[in-house]
Ligand binder design. Structure first.
Ligand code: ADP
Ligand code: GLC
Length: 496
């Protein structure tokens, strides 16, 4: 099958979160299965052109205002099988992407011209196919920035070589929908009738994700439980009705993890690799982590790690909220250590810096570091992820693979991947709570710490059980292939 991934993020080129990991790892897994996969992504300013190859000839894209011209560069996605490489195409448009930031910068978190930047990019997807003379069976779009891809395909682009192409839209996070003033619609170069027919209309605004959900041939989100949750009012971000309407075409497919990158047996960021059979490397990683974060070197004090975007989604209010968050009491009352790396909302970064300076057993780095995130996964005893909602979540899976027990809220993909500790039987792979309250986080961390001191053999058995889980992309790639096949069969039936 020929598959084109349309995305605003892909490792190692551009990343703000798990979307980037998921897109590249899925592409690699599909290539591994012998499919022809290509990726299209904007050439952000941070992606060095000198590492890319220039493709002759400019790309012209019709927008509602004018023809926009851009250059195209290409590179190969690292890690693909030599016999079946995965080309990545970079759309280079100086005015739209020649600046710092993917979606924004701290002083302007959502660039004012984002609707135009991503409308242009979504159109460019089809022009690229024509330029290359390469026509995919499936164009697979990820999240709101490219939610116009299925819309453009349905309304106008399904011609010539693309006549049989189908679209799949993956929702990685329903919290971000791309809602903009409808003045921006004209730039998309679509009739006003389509504005209503495709369901762009959102209380007189333009909602890109909503239109994508309405028009994609097939849809999915990144875990079965989140697929069910998003069809309820509590988790639907006002699109639960739209998703319920499409429930026949909507699936939950759990993300995998890239086991080449996230594997304690081969991880080059940790002092000594380890495995289920020899866990000595984990103790060394704990020591290295304590040193790195300037914590006392205490091998037998439970160490709790966090790696997170610091936004409401991740439950940071209940943990770090001034005067009500439970992190302070947790660190004051319990014999534990806590480390964190993260960046995000300024209030939260400040609060964390302040806690870090006042508490001897809580140390944090504000920022982004692959190296630190690997060391935290390997060196911690527990990994805390009290998400308000979590479409899939990668870090809890990394944790399980590293024998680090997740402490998570029972929601989204966390519920699909972690099994709660059962004190009577010893079963489980982590510790879970239902309600997102400071008290519930406090109590559940307390439970994990208690188990660490009092049920040591059960805790060690849980680590091994976590390490035995198979979170490779192979399984998920098969489910995507089944979804693509369904979309193609459905389209063939309609046209035939
Ligand atoms: P989300 O995409 O919602 O942020 P995920 O758990 O799916 O959540 O993915 C987060 C990804 O981003 C993981 O690969 C995680 O290691 C990485 N990450 C997040 N914050 C940081 C950070 N400060 N430093 C390094 N990696 C980070
Ligand atoms: C989003 C979600 C996260 C998911 C990731 C990759 O960023 O917040 O839960 O794991 O996408 O699909």
């Amino acid at each position: 099958m020929k598959i084109l991934m349309a995305t605003s993020e892909a490792v190692p080129f551009a990343k703000t979160g798990g979307l980037a990991d998921a897109v590249s790892a899925l592409s690699l897994a599909l290539a591994q299965e012998g499919h022809e996969v290509r990726i299209i992504i904007p050439r952000y300013y941070s992606i060095n052109r000198s590492n890319l190859q220039y493709l002759e000839g400019a790309l012209g894209v019709h927008t509602g205002e004018r023809e926009e011209w851009s250059a195209v560069y290409t590179a190969l996605l690292p890690g693909a099988p030599a016999k079946n490489p995965v080309p990545v195409y970079f759309i280079d448009h100086e005015q739209f992407f020649g600046r710092d930031g993917i979606y924004g910068v701290p002083s302007e978190p959502d660039f004012l011209d984002n609707p135009r930047r991503f409308t242009f990019f979504s159109r460019a997807v089809f022009q690229l196919c024509r330029k290359l003379g390469w026509y995919p069976d499936v164009v697979h779009a990820h999240d709101w920035p490219v939610a116009l891809v299925p819309v453009f395909l349905k309304y106008g682009e399904r011609t010539g070589g693309l006549a049989k192409t189908v679209s799949v839209l993956t929702i990685h996070n329903l919290g971000y929908q791309g809602i903009y003033h409808k003045d921006n619609y004209a730039y998309a170069n679509l009739d006003w009738q389509v504005f209503y027919e495709a369901g762009f209309d959102d209380w007189n605004m333009m909602n890109l994700l909503k239109a994508g959900i309405n028009t994609a041939d097939k849809l999915n989100t990144v875990s079965p439980n989140y697929a069910a949750e998003t069809q309820t009012q509590a988790y639907g971000f006002r699109l639960d009705g739209v998703l319920r309407y499409r429930s026949g075409d909507y699936r939950g497919i759990l993300n995998g993890i890239d086991t080449k990158v996230w594997n304690p047996k081969t991880d080059w960021y940790i002092p000594k690799p380890y495995s289920m059979k020899d866990m000595s490397g984990k103790r060394l990683a704990k020591e290295a982590l304590q040193k790195e974060f300037q914590l006392p070197l205490e091998p037998d004090v439970p160490l709790i790690g966090m790696v997170s975007r610091l936004t409401e989604q991740k439950g940071v209010g209940e943990l770090f909220g001034p005067a009500y968050g439970s992190a302070w009491s947790i660190c004051q009352d319990m014999a534990l250590q806590m480390v964190l790396i993260g960046s995000g909302d300024p209030w939260c970064e400040n609060e964390i810096k302040s806690l870090s300076s006042r508490l001897a057993n809580f140390k944090a780095h504000i920022g982004y570091s692959e190296a630190a995130s690997h060391l935290i996964e390997a060196g911690s005893d527990f990994f805390l992820m009290p998400s308000r909602y979590e479409p899939c979540g990668l870090n809890q899976m990394y944790s399980l693979a590293y024998g680090t027990l997740p402490i998570v809220r029972n929601t989204g993909g966390l519920a699909d991947t972690v099994e709660n500790f059962n004190q009577d039987t010893g079963a489980g792979t982590g510790f879970m709570f239902n309600d997102l309250t400071p008290q519930a986080i406090y109590n559940t961390v307390g439970w994990a710490v208690w188990a660490y001191y009092n049920c040591r053999s059960q805790v060690e058995a849980m680590r091994i059980r976590g390490m035995q889980q198979d979170f490779s992309w192979k399984k998920s790639a098969k489910q995507y292939l089944a979804l693509y096949a369904e979309a193609l069969a459905q389209a063939a039936k309609k046209s035939g």
